[in-house]
Design a protein around this ligand. Sequence first.
Ligand SMILES: [Zn+2]
Length: 599
Amino acid sequence: MSDRHILTAVAWPYANGPRHIGHVSGFGVPSDVFSRYHRMAGDRVLMVSGTDEHGTPITVAADAEGITPRQIADRNNRIIVGDLQSLGLSYDLFTRTTTANHAAVSQEIFLGLLKNGYVFPKTTLGAISPSTGRTLPDRYIEGTCPICGYDGARGDQCDNCGNQLDPIDLINPVSKINGETPKFVEEEHYFLDLPAFTRALGDWLATRKSWRPNVLNFSVNLLEDLKPRSYTRDIDWGVPVPLDGWRDRPDKRIYVWFDAVVGYLSASIEWARRSGDPDAWRQWWQTPESDAYYFMGKDNIVFHSEIWPAQLLGYNGEGDKGGAAGSLGRLNLPTEVVSSEFLTMEGRKFSSSRQIVIYVRDFLARYDADALRYFIAVAGPENQDTDFTWSEFRRRNNDELVAGWGNLVNRSVSMAAKNVGAVPTPGELTDDDRTLLATTSGAFGPIGDLLSRNRQKAAIGEAMRVVGEANKYLSDQAPWKLKEDPARRDTVLHTALQAIKDCNALLTPFLPHSAQQVHELLGGTGTWSVAPRIDEVTDLDDGSPYPIITGDYEQGQAVWASTPLAAPGTPLAPPKPIFTKLDESVVADEIRRLEDDGA
Ligand SMILES: [Zn+2]
C-alpha cells in the first residue's frame, strides 16, 4: 500500500426527498469509480459524505406535512442511505449534518473565521411582523423576485431563477403567515468577508491546472465580483451561532450552505473517532502531499471553488488579511473540483414536482445496480448535458454489457466447465495468445491514467475495447472446433480466462457487484470487491441513533494489475448469466409509467 492519501469528498445529497438517477449520475457513481480505482492502486482513500439536512426546503416540507424538520430529515436520511448503499457507493463514512459532532465542527470553523476577522457583524434590515413584533423567518416572506420577476419568490431564494435572495430584495413582500406587509428593522447578522479572499483565491486557482476548463473558467470569473455573504440567517432550523446572546436564540442559525460544506471535515473527524484513532483524519487534511477531490453537479461549483476554499483560507489565516490557524490546525484546500453536467430524462429536465423522474430506489427495484452504473459511466454527463432515454439504456445494456462483456465471460467459463470442469492447464502459447495477454495486462497503465484524471468515459470505453479484443480472440481461435486437439483447446480457454480476469479487474471500479460474481465464476474465493454496509450507530455525542454507510474496503482482493488466474485444476461450475437482457417492452412500459406519473 502506498502512502498517498486521497480524500474523496462527495457532494451531500439534500434530505428533502429521495434522490433520482440524475443526482447519482452527478456526484455518486463518478466519486465511487474514482475511489475504488485508487484503492485498487494501493492508495489510502477516505471517501466521506452525508445527508444535508438543514435549510428552508426541509422546513417547508415539514410545514406542508405538519411534522417537524427533524422527522423529515430522519425519514429521507434513511431512504437515501439505503439507495446509495444499494448502488454500491463505497463511502468510508456517509453520515448527516444533524449530528452533534457536525454542529461542533461547524461552530469551530465559524469561530476561527471570526477570530481572524473574516467573519464580521453587520447591521442589516431584517423583517419582523408588525402585529407581533417577532422576527419573520426568511422563508415566510414572499414577493416578486427582483431578478426574474417571478411573483412567488421567497425571502431566501427564488425557486424560479434559483438565485439566493434577502427578504429586503423582494418587491411587494408579504408575510405568508398572515398576509401583512413585514416591517424591516435594523438587526445584526454575521457576514463572510469574501472580498478579503480575492487575492488568495486567485493565487490558488492559478495553480489548479488540471481542472476541467469549464470549472476553472467559471471559478476564476467569480472572483471579479466577490461580495460579503450573510453567514447567518433568520431561520429556526440549523446549527446555532456559537456566540453569547446568539447561541440560545431560536430564530438565528448558521446558513445551511456554510455548514453543509464543513461536512467534509466533520465527517472525516467523525470517521476517525469511529475508527478508534481520533487524529486519523489529519493524514488527509493536514499533510501537504495528500490530495482532496470534490465531486458534485455543476450547480454546486460556487460552493466548492469559492465558498469552502474561502472558509478554509480564513480558518488557516491565509486570506488577504492574514491571521493564524484555528485550534484544529491548518487545513488543506481542494486539489480538484470535479463537476459533472446535468442528466435529462427523455429530453426533459428531471423534476420531482412534475414527476419527470425516476428515483434510485424504483430503478434498482427493476434493474441491476451495475446496469445503471455502466450507463452513467459510459453515457453519463461527464462533460456535457446528457439525455437518459430508456431505449438507449436498453441498447447499452443488451449490446454492450450482455452481448459484449457478459457473453465473453459466459461462453468462456461454460466451455471450460463443460470440457474440463476446472481451470484448464495451458500448453505452449502462440503469438496470438501472447498478443491478447499483452493487450489485457498492458491496459492497466493507460486506463489507470485516465481514471486518475477523472476521464471515466474514456476509461470505460477503453476497457470495453479490450473486452472486444478478447471476444475477437475467442471467435478467431474457436475452441469449440478443437475437439480433436484438446491440448490446444485448453490453452485457448486458459488464455481467454486469464484475459477475462484482467478485464474484470479493469471493470471493477465501474461494476463492483458483477466483478465479485466473475471472480467467483473464475474459481476465486473470498471477497474481490467489497460492498458497502449500513451500520446503525448512536451519535457520538447526544445518543440519538442513525444509519451510516461504511465498509472494510481494504479487505478486498482487487488490485489494479494483472494477477494470475486460479491454479489449473481449480473446479469451475457452469455459469449463470451475470447480466439481464431487457425485453423491448421495457422501453414502452417505462415511458408509459413516466407519462402516467406526469399526467
Ligand atoms: Zn427569480
